[in-house]
Design a protein around this ligand. Structure first.
Ligand code: BGC
Ligand code: NOJ
Length: 822
């Protein structure tokens, strides 16, 4: 069942009924001011940091769900009837409804009783405010008297404190209302010279700033007393719950449309501005901003500007393949999701509250893999910020807060894979931009001292070399990529859970996954060292990689697939010897990506380790809904393995289709030359390809979800945790770089497709290092000769040797033709 459709021409997903299985959300903002918005206008906003600088409140885990948002109410003043044009929160049936989620904007249109509205929500580029542009049209044959009410609930800045510290917060709230603008200024007295403002382009019939005055006692957002009465009481909040509500009356002739602009923003006075010790807001700076942005023309121009920003970003890669689902994901939605993950890391979604997680170290490093091509300067800064949360040992804080850019001590460090992802992120940046100057940037360590970024990378790799276990494999520490595989939870005490035992000192559990990741990272660092003219170091990293690959092939191989780990007691994890969880996906994908066992089968009849690992994945882990993380699922709890078996079978790390890892297998398959398998796995989890099963999948069909319930789950095929997941970056890498084969390398752009046999070819346009490559890929026909082995490539009609394209001069457009063996 479908709940909408893709409008590819407008780059929008159109939701045609409001009651989607779960809220289908979108993101507003591209720079510092951000928000989430659902298809029924739910969501909230923040500036820079969703925990520390929250503008509006959201009611988590509420019933009904998705409560709190950018709400508008319409009231027919003749009949007294009122409704929400976004359906929620009043939920009056609408005569028509449509939500268009576009790139950094959302437009919700609906009509009832002859009054039609469209509300466009967006954050103008470079501004610290959001615009709600409401158009109201009277489609009746007679005049209409309509009231419009707006409503936002202000959060008292620190979102964690806002939901817990009521003994204080019920007394701190303060507002001012001047010239129809509502200023929320809680904290202003503390000389934090900042405030939120909520303005409206029309003269006001009234306002409220105290939530209870707007709603009335014991009422919810679905039946505000002020809206019911058609009149607001101009309350001024002193403590309790500061709120922003405007009331505008419109008299509309038949066919008439009126536009009303609402502006919700964040303002911080410049450091040298005069501070009013009285607590009266210094509005001088923001006044012209508000005046400017309430002008409909400014708003229209900014919306056009936002569209051209995205037009430009999407111009980096556009593909036209025989598969519509591939085209729209690659050319539009997957790119968009990569940018959103870059902006948000794992902080805010329908599954992340904005409170508990900031920027994840491994998460953000992986997000870079799918977003370096979109904004080089911001990627560069992100790399520096991440490296600055490393310790001199090379280890890293697992997370940091975006506002302060300092590591989160509550979560700490000790996830032994973390530092290696930085090498991959920097390699991706260098491949895309060629900007080697980043390697010479001096970056400090969290615990004192500093080194160049190159020095940080050296320590990242050294961190693993300094921490190997009994088999010579890397120690896992608290966990590796799989946060729930906590193999140092040893306990002799019955009844202890992973929560009380996690991360005991002295654990010697080893990770085959980190061995694969290390091999890959050491190879990448060798390439970076060579690029920087450090040939001897390059050689030594190559040797480290070879050594780890050999150890992995010896101690990390179970017979038909790669082992997952050894626990603290030296027992294998992910082995045929285990009763449950005999095979895990992660090491199969990662080790093959690292090139371990890719060539040279010991026994040619049985195939290379890579081929055998991949056929085990196919046999044991593959479902129609994607590849499961492990099999058989854990049915019993194992304290010594940590959080993993705390999940019911088929969910999350316990044998779901953990989508993040599926592209590793796609890439591995492409590396073995198996385009059919790679593409088959790609399609199984492509959200657009799953659109028709919306009632099973449940999450948004325009973005990847972190997980799809596995075969062992009663809800097999049901997705969860959409949007903020490494799935976005890795699928982008798998389809664009390995299946379509358009792959940035340190030496330039390679085009080496491994496409499904059913495709005759495809075309693509790729912007790379300031030149444009127009790529045509086709299979050899009877007239082509000499293409038996590998692809034959011509650039502007000239044959090149191999598949690496010569770097085109900046500004040039070159024609690339690739002929694949038929
Ligand atoms: C989840 C993991 C996640 C971790 C983050 C766990 O409960 O299952 O997917 O990485 O929390 O802290
Ligand atoms: C989600 C986390 O954000 C990510 O860092 C982790 O690798 C996966 N879960 C797997 O546990």
């Amino acid at each position: 069942m479908r709940y909408g459709y893709f409008d590819d021409a407008r780059r929008e997903y159109v939701i045609t009924r409001p009651d989607t299985p779960v809220p289908w959300i979108n993101y507003l903002g591209t720079d510092e001011y951000f928000g989430i918005v659902s298809n029924t206008a739910g969501g909230y906003s923040w500036h820079l940091d969703a925990r520390l600088r929250r503008l509006t409140r959201y009611r988590y885990n509420n019933v009904p769900g998705d409560s709190g948002g950018r709400y508008l109410y319409l009231r027919d003043d003749a009949s007294g009837e009122y409704w929400s044009p976004s359906w929620q929160p009043v939920r009056t049936p609408l005569d028509s409804y449509e939500c268009r989620h576009g790139l950094s904007y959302t437009a919700i249109s609906s009509s009832r009783a002859g009054i039609a509205t469209e509300t466009v929500y967006f954050v103008p580029r470079g501004e610290n405010h959001e615009v709600w542009r409401l158009s109201v049209t009277n489609t009746r044959e007679r005049a209409a008297e309509v009231s419009v009410f707006s409503s936002v609930e202000f959060a008292l800045w620190d979102a964690q404190d806002d939901t817990t510290n009521f003994q204080r917060n019920y007394s701190t709230g303060e507002v001012e209302v001047v010239g129809g603008v509502i200023y929320h200024k809680t904290e202003y007295r503390e000389r934090r010279d900042h405030f939120a403002y909520f303005a409206c382009s029309e003269p006001l019939a009234g306002f409220e700033t105290q939530r209870e005055a707007f709603l009335g006692p014991y009422r919810g957002f679905h039946e505000p007393l002020g809206v019911e009465r058609g009149e607001l009481g101009n309350s001024i909040a002193h403590g309790w719950s500061p709120h922003g509500a405007h009331h505008v009356r419109l008299a509309l002739q038949p066919g008439e449309t009126r536009e009303v602009v609402f502006l919700l923003g964040y303002w911080a006075n410049p450091k040298d501005a005069k501070f009013e010790a009285t607590g009266v807001v210094n509005k001088a700076g923001v006044k012209p901003v508000i005046e400017k942005w309430l002008d409909p023309q400014t708003v229209a121009d900014a919306l056009a500007d936002l569209r051209s920003y995205w037009e430009d970003l999407l111009g980096v890669l556009h593909v036209d393949t025989p598969d519509r689902d591939t085209n729209r994901m690659v050319s539009i939605w997957n790119t968009y999701q990569c940018m959103v993950t870059f902006n948000m890391s794992r902080s805010v979604s329908s599954y992340e509250t904005g409170i508990s997680r900031g920027m994840g170290f491994r998460d953000s490093c992986q997000d870079l893999l799918g977003s370096v091509q979109l904004d080089g300067p911001r990627a560069r800064q992100r790399i520096i910020d991440l490296a600055a949360t490393q310790f001199a040992s090379g280890g890293a804080y697992h997370q940091y807060q975006p506002l302060t850019k300092t590591g989160n001590d509550a979560i700490g460090s000790g996830f032994n894979d973390d530092p290696l992802w930085l090498v991959l992120g920097v390699a991706a940046y260098l491949k895309e931009t060629g900007d080697t100057s980043i390697l010479d940037e001096t970056v400090s360590f969290s615990d004192g001292g500093e080194a160049t970024l190159y020095g940080h990378l050296e320590r990242s790799v050294q961190y693993t070399l300094d921490r190997t276990g009994p088999h010579g494999l890397p120690l896992i520490g608290r966990a590796d990529w799989n946060d729930c595989l906590n193999l140092n939870c040893f306990s002799e005490t019955p009844g202890e859970s992973f929560q009380t035992t996690e991360n005991r000192e002295g654990g010697v559990a080893e990770s085959v996954f980190i061995a694969g990741l290390f091999t890959l990272a050491a190879r990448e660092l060798a390439g970076i060292a060579a690029l920087a003219g450090r040939e001897a170091e390059a050689e030594s990293y190559r040797a480290d990689a070879e050594k780890m690959a050999a150890i992995t092939a010896e101690h990390g191989w179970d017979g038909e697939w790669f082992l997952r780990a050894y626990d603290h007691f030296g027992n294998p994890v992910g082995s045929g010897k285990n009763a449950e969880a005999q095979i895990f996906l992660e090491p199969q994908g990662m080790c093959v990506m690292a090139g371990i066992g890719l060539t040279d089968a010991a026994n040619p009849a049985s195939g290379t380790l890579a081929e055998r690992a991949l056929s085990s994945v196919r046999e044991r882990l593959t479902t129609p809904h994607g590849i499961m993380l492990l099999q058989p699922a854990f049915t019993t709890y194992h304290v010594e393995l940590g959080e993993i078996s705390s999940y019911p079978p088929g969910y999350k790390e316990n044998a779901s289709v953990f989508c993040h890892t599926n592209p590793w297998v796609m890439i591995a398959a492409a590396l073995t030359g198996d385009g059919d398998a790679a593409y088959d796995y790609y399609r199984r989890i492509n959200p657009s390809a799953r659109e028709a099963i919306g009632d099973v999948h449940k999450c948004e069909p325009y973005v990847y979800a972190q997980m799809i319930a596995g075969r062992d789950a009663p809800t097999h095929g049901e997705a969860k945790n959409s949007w903020l997941t490494g799935t976005a970056a890795w699928n982008y890498v798998a389809i664009t770089q390995w299946i379509l084969g358009i792959r940035p390398e340190l030496g330039g752009l390679r085009v080496d497709p491994v496409i499904p046999s059913s495709w005759p070819g495809f075309t693509a346009t790729r912007r790379f290092r300031d030149a444009t490559y127009q790529i045509t890929v086709r299979r050899a026909g009877t007239l082509d000769s000499g293409i038996a082995e590998g692809a034959s490539v011509t650039v502007n009609g000239e044959r090149v040797i191999g598949t690496l394209l010569p770097l085109a001069p900046a500004g040039d457009t070159v024609r690339v033709e690739v002929v694949l063996p038929s």
